[in-house]
Each structure stands twice: as C-alpha cells, then as structure tokens.
Design a protein around this ligand. Sequence first.
Ligand code: DHB
Ligand code: MG
Length: 639
Amino acid sequence: MRRSIATVCLSGTLEEKLEAIASARFDAVEIFENDFINYHGTAADVRRLCHDLGLGIDLYQPFRDFEGVSDAQFRRNLDRVERKFDIMEALGAPQLLVCSSCAPDAIADDARSAAQLYELAERAARRNITIGFEALAWSRHIRHYQHAWKIVKEANHPHLGILLDSFHILSLGDDPAAIADIPGDKIAFLQLADAPYKVMDVLQWSRHFRCFPGQGNFDLVTFLEKVLLAGYTGPLSLEVFNDHFRAAPTRPTAIDAYRSLLYLEEAVERRLAAPGDDVLLNQAREAAAARVELFSPPRIPALDGLAFIEFAVDTESERALAQVLGALGFRRAGEHRSKAVTLYRQGDIDIILNAEPGSFARSHFMQHGPSICALGIATEDSLRALNRATAFGCPRFEGRIGPNELKIPAIRAPDGSLIYFVPSTQGSKRLFEIDFLLEDETASAPSPTDLQAVDHIAQGLPQLRQDAWTLFYRAILGGEPGESMDLVDPYGLISTRGVATADRKLRFVLDVSDSDTTATARTITQLAGASVHHVSFSCADIFATVERLRANGVSFIPVSPNYYDDLPTRFVLDDALVARMAALGILYDATAEGEYFHVYTQVFAERFFFEIVQRNGAYDGYGAANAPARMMAHLRTNR
Ligand SMILES: O=C(O)c1ccc(O)c(O)c1
Ligand SMILES: [Mg+2]
C-alpha cells in the first residue's frame, strides 16, 4: 500500500523533513499547514521539491471549525476555504482534511453540519479536490467516528468521505468493528498513530504522547484490519504528535516511522491470512488481502537466547575486566586465532573481550570506553534473521574476516552496536571451535558453576530512544513489551520497560532517564557510555553462589539494614530467610507468580555492572521495586 506520513511527525525545517521522509522510502506526505505557512517559498516550490524527491503530496491539513456554524460564519468559511484550495492547487494536493468543530459556539445539528459539508464538497469538486472529514476526540459535538460517518452519509457527496484517525477512535475506547461496514470508497483517508495508555485529558494525550505503531499499547492490528475489510485501498499515513520526536534527529525518526508501518502491515497481513472459525469472515479477509499489497518479510526464525556478549576493551580495561570476570567464576576458555580477542566461559555464558586494534570494537571503545559493542543471538536460521532485519531497514554489518573464520551475519542496532545472528543448527558453540584456539576444558580443575545463563540485558537509553528500541526488538526479534514503570533514582526518575520474546529466552530492559542528573543519564552523556548498563546472569542457588563469589572477592553493593527491616512488612517471609538475605545483601521481590532474588555488583569503569538473579516459579519481572536500593548504593560508593 502507499505509505505516507504527516510532516508534523518530525523535527526540522520543511526541507529537512521532506528529505528525511524521502530517504526513509515513504511514497508521500501530508503537508501540515504550519510547515507550509512558515516556509520561505511558494507552494509551487514545495511541489517541485516533493516531485524531485519522488514524494507525492496526498493531503493538506488541517482545516478547522468549518461545520456546525451560523449561516453568516458559513459564508466566511467558504471564502476561507477557497484560499486553501488555491494553495492546494499549487501544491498539487488532492485532499483536504477538515476536522470536526471545536469552537465553543459550534451548533449541535447534524443536518446543518451535513448540509454545510455538502456545500463544501461541491466547491471542492470544482477544483477536483476531495474532503476528508475527521472527528476529533475532543471536538465540541462530533467526537466519534460513527457520528462523523452518519453526517458524511447524510451529506452524500462523491467528493466527501470520512477520514479515520486511529488515535481519536482508540483513545475514546470506541469499538472499531463498525468501520468494516463503511463502504471502502467513502473512507477518504487513513491516519495511523499508536499511544501508550494514559489516564489524562485526551487533547493533551494526543498532542504530546502519540507514537508510531508498535511503540504504544493500541490494538492497531484490529483497527487496520477493519479498515481493510471495509475495502479501503488508499494510503496508510502516519500522524504522530510527540514531544520527543519533535526534538529528535529527523532522519532516524523518519526511518523508525517507516519501520513502524512495515511492522503493522506484517501483523495485519498475517491476521488476514489466518483462517478462523467464521467462514464469512475468512472470505472477507481473503478478499481484503487480495485488494492490497502488504509488507511480508521473512518470518522470525526460532531464537535460542544469547550466544555471546562482546565487550570492547583496550589492554588496560581488558586486564581489569578479566579480573572481575574471573572473580565471578568465568574461566579463560580460548584465544582468537588471528585477533586480540579472548573468550571467557561459564555455564552457557560466553563473553568475548575484544581488544583488536583497527576493529569495529576498537572504534566503539574509542567512542564509549569499555562497553558492550555486540551481542550474538543464537538462531535456527541466521540468514532469515538477517534478511528480516534488513527488510525492516536495519543496516547490515560486514566485519573483517580472517582466513578459515566463520562469517556470521550481523546488523547494526539502533545505537550502532552490533547484533550477530549465530547459527545454532550446528550448535552455537561451533563458532568458537572454528575461530578460537580453545583451551582444554578437561585440563582445568573442575569448579562449581555458579552462573548458568544470561537472564537479561538492561540498557540505559537517551530519553528520545526508548520508543525506537521497543519497536526494534518487536519487529526484528518478536519481543513483547511489558508495562512501563517508574524507578526512583536519588536524582530523578527512570522509566523502565521490559521487552521479552514469548519463550523468555531473550529479555531486554529499556531504561530511560527523565532527568539529566541520574546515574543512567550520566553514563550516557558525560561518560559517553554505550547503552548496555548491566548484564544479568541467572543461577540456581543464589545463597551458595553469592557466598562463593564474595569469598572470590566480588564486591556487591551494600544494602541498608532498613531494607531488611521493611521486607517482612511487604511479603510473608521467614525471619531466618530474611536474616540470610541480609547477611549476603540479597534483594527480594515477589508476585503471585513467583519470586526474584538478586544482587548487583559495583559499577565497572563508571559504566556498567552485573546482576545475579534466581527466579523461582513464573516471576516475570526484573525486581524494579529494588532499583532505588541499587541506585542509592551505587551513588554512595561512587562518591
Ligand atoms: O491536534 C489537532 O488539532 C489535530 C489536527 C489534525 C488531525 O488530523 C488530528 O488528528 C489532530
Ligand atoms: Mg488526525
């Protein structure tokens, strides 16, 4: 389907927006009026600019407070709209968005509104322009799409249709089912926006918190499905008002926007292809699928958890980090055949320290200091994973390959770090057998394995990036976002959200700092830290493990005795168990599903740290309730 976006979604000048939109591969734009009014050039200039960029102009918007007005005002409105038609003719824009009246004196009279819209459509027809009538969720009288549709149906003019905007419909909790009954050719245009659930004034919600599909909580798949069942074949257009996106760099936001449409299209394509029990619905879905072309990338292959974590280091930080890993029970398992790269192993966890000069890791190190520069994800089909990611617009990465080394497909994550797709078909460990000189495992003295696997990767992100990462993990890896929660840092709030695959083999936690002075913000800004701020390892018996690791010299964060006094007031816990936790500094959380025991190490190089966890039962969170204890402890030791 034709993919379009409103210029209001992006930051920058009109030229910057259009260039970013074109380079993100959109077909067309909605010109938001303010972008034109403040543009220093004529409508013909904008038309030429779009033409040269290969962009269509599908719509001009918004025209406000047109209907439900007195006869005198109506005549003035008709004069007013003729001037907009002049601009649209010069732009070559075929459609005008007219939103339902918000003026306090708007008249609640459907017949009047219908008659006025009919007259407007008559005028528009003379210019070969169509009117799309949109119900704003906060307008004076016409807030619901069923109401707007009643009026459009009453007006009954071929140059007038209803404009559907997912935000207005879903924010009011309206059921989109009835959309399927609107004749497709009476749906003039379609605007798509997602949003996180919020309990707040709907106008403020709309103007500041909309986001791209897949970044929020709305069920856009059902919404778009209904629109396609109605027979709509026009553009899919994004219209997102969002404070962060208005401030974020233009091009990356446009790329994200485009990815969000692809993500939604794929989900709807699958919905239309999925046969249900309802024979009539199946036929309607089949017919809808035949009418439109939807994005259908390679499906997500089975993903089998993290194959490795790669740190960018120099010689000095390598020594320091190797010492920390050693204390945590990792053993040095091998050396790369041709590069300054070392493998550390414990349980199923493989950690690579990369100090190779001239490598990707080195440039990452120079930018961010010691940090995680790459993750390897084990998958049954690495080429399919790669092809899916590139279909969604992720850049491929081609590293330097030495003789007889495995070539592993890789892409760049949104922060420029790498994600490798490691084929697990022959066992993901094969990579190390080929590229590394492995030390003889049987030669080293058997020691108890404390850490078993990677539980999750936690990332600290700049404010503007949480939505982009959420969409990235959803689209590329099939992650499902959990709910957002606020954590209290001594110097501000952190908003956190987990994204995990359905089988929970991959879990990521996305933290965003609302303040510039939190530890999360500081590692990102002052220290130019990369996004990963901690790696969490699972173990089977956290008491035994922490005891052993403490004896090994691992330094865990101190926890206030007040914490353990408080714990029995929050949970039903045995005194002896609380005493054991207190003795080892173990934190605790529980839900109806299960329990979460965990500890954190001190921070390495002011950038990242490790967590050790034991999950009991089906606990599915990340101990968010204990984040303030962690942040306070890290702050105290850093001082
Ligand atoms: O916030 C607004 O005023 C506004 C304007 C035009 C739209 O299409 C819309 O959905 C909202
Ligand atoms: Mg709209």
